[in-house]
Design a binder for this molecule. Structure first.
Ligand code: NAP
Ligand code: MG
Length: 405
């Protein structure tokens, strides 16, 4: 008998190779076992063009309504895609649009398997990165100063007519100037998303910034995190036996390197941009990195961290059977099914999700994997065998049906 659930999961189909894999995962690993009940949105670029990107906003609204979504990777248009898909506009990144509607934070964590050791071998547990995705240098204003003398200052005009000015520097002989900002509301949402996700996954939160140097800007982040934690979360953290800790960003980096992993690392926008690439690389493969968008009021959207794997798609179009890794996309589905199960008190659904994740991990640990993992895999007595995507999905299905514990 198939597992059933009542509230739909928002399903967002995507582009290129991941679009193909999406259907394979549903056909082989999900539909035979679960009566999938989805609120479906096609975020493929052709449909975004056809709907003038209204479909992306509708999908985001649906996540607000149902609480759980799963998204396939999608193309973010650039100049080359404009002509390839004959677009009338350079539509925004769907992830950016959905993030803005949900006011959410993205958490990225690696899927770990025996045989693939991180470059930092003491990282025996995953490090989950939470990147604040608003403001700072990503919404800055910059000026290239001419060679003449320049007096640079910050100037604020308040709505009540007051003004406030602070000198920055007197510059001679050319230079550069930059203005950045952030918003209390955004920082507060970021803090709440981090603390919620920390409670859900029973992991500590570490936050790093530079409040010794940036005594107002970074200090604001530190203070808001502390206030939100103390007033809204401390009691629940104590009960769950987890902790929140602030430290200076450089100290935080040093301690992360020495750690065993197993915590959430909350970072400002730029730090998160840089550190997420470092951490992802250190764990081995982008194709094994999961990503979940969590809103401050507890809505979840799951996806793989990688893109649409365009190079493989062009080979697929020529008739080649590619060895594209479906694991992060499978985990996006299992994350969503598990979350649905938790929210609805449907243990059968959550247990299925966990079992499918274990089947993926055991398949790889047994030496059966897509080509991207083969050079990374080293396990005594087990040779890595490269298979194509369909063969891998069937091997996982076989593991799911035969694995007994
Ligand atoms: P990508 O799709 O992540 O692929 C980059 C390369 O990484 C691939 O060519 C492949 O290397 C390897 N790779 C990534 N995922 C893999 C997997 N599952 N299995 C095996 N190898 C994998 O990044 P991209 O080529 O820069 O971007 C392609 C499109 O994706 C772009 O249009 C971009 O806008 C979009 N994108 C979307 C998202 C999203 O929706 N979240 C995120 C990033 C990018 P080899 O070719 O060497 O095998
Ligand atoms: Mg980056």
């Amino acid at each position: 008998m198939k597992i059933k659930y009542d509230t739909p999961i928002v399903e967002m189909q995507g582009d290129e190779m991941t679009r193909i894999i999406w259907d394979g995962i549903k056909d082989i690993l999900l539909s035979p076992y679960v009566e999938l009940n989805t609120d479906y949105y096609d975020l493929g670029l052709e449909n975004r063009e056809k709907t003038h990107d209204k479909v992306t906003v509708s999908a985001a609204e649906a996540i607000k309504k149902h609480g759980v979504g799963v998204k396939c990777a999608t193309i973010t248009p650039n100049a080359q895609r404009m002509s390839e898909y004959n677009l009338s506009e350079m539509w925004l990144s769907p992830n950016g649009t959905i993030r803005a509607v949900l006011d959410g934070t993205v958490f990225r964590a690696p899927i770990m398997v025996k045989g693939i050791t991180p470059y930092i071998p003491t990282w025996t547990k995953p490090i989950t990165i939470a990147r604040h995705a608003y403001g700072d240098i990503y919404k800055n204003s910059e000026i290239l100063l001419g060679a003449d003398k320049a007096e640079c200052s910050l100037c604020v005009k308040y709505a009540d007519g007051r003004t406030e000015t602070k000198p920055i520097a007197a510059v001679e002989g050319g230079g550069v100037l930059q203005g950045v900002h952030n918003k209390d509301a955004s920082i507060r949402s970021f803090a709440r998303s981090c603390f919620n996700y920390s409670l859900d996954t029973a992991q500590d939160v570490r936050f790093g910034a530079k409040d010794t140097i940036s005594k107002i800007y970074d200090r604001r982040f530190k203070d808001i995190f502390e206030e939100v934690f103390e007033t809204e979360y401390k009691a629940r953290f104590d009960k769950a036996g987890i902790s929140y800790e602030y430290s200076l960003i450089d100290d935080s980096v040093a301690r992360v390197i020495r750690s065993n992993g197993g915590f959430i690392w909350a970072l400002k926008n730029y730090d998160g941009d840089v550190m997420s690439d470092m951490v992802a690389t250190a764990y081995g493969s982008l194709a094994m990195m999961t990503s979940v968008l969590v809103s401050p009021d507890g809505k979840y959207e799951y996806e793989a961290a990688h893109g649409t794997v365009t190079r493989h798609y062009y080979r697929h179009l020529k008739g080649e059977r590619t060895s594209t890794n479906p694991v992060a996309t499978i985990f996006a589905w299992t994350g969503a099914l598990d979350r649905r199960g938790i929210l609805d008190g449907n243990t059968a659904l959550s247990e299925f999700a966990k079992k499918l994740e274990k089947a993926c991990i055991r398949t790889i640990e047994g030496g059966f994997m897509t080509g991207d993992l083969v050079p990374l895999f080293k396990r005594d007595g087990i040779a890595a065998r490269s298979v194509n995507t369909d063969e891998f999905l069937l091997a996982v299905k076989n593991m799911l049906e035969t694995d007994r514990d």
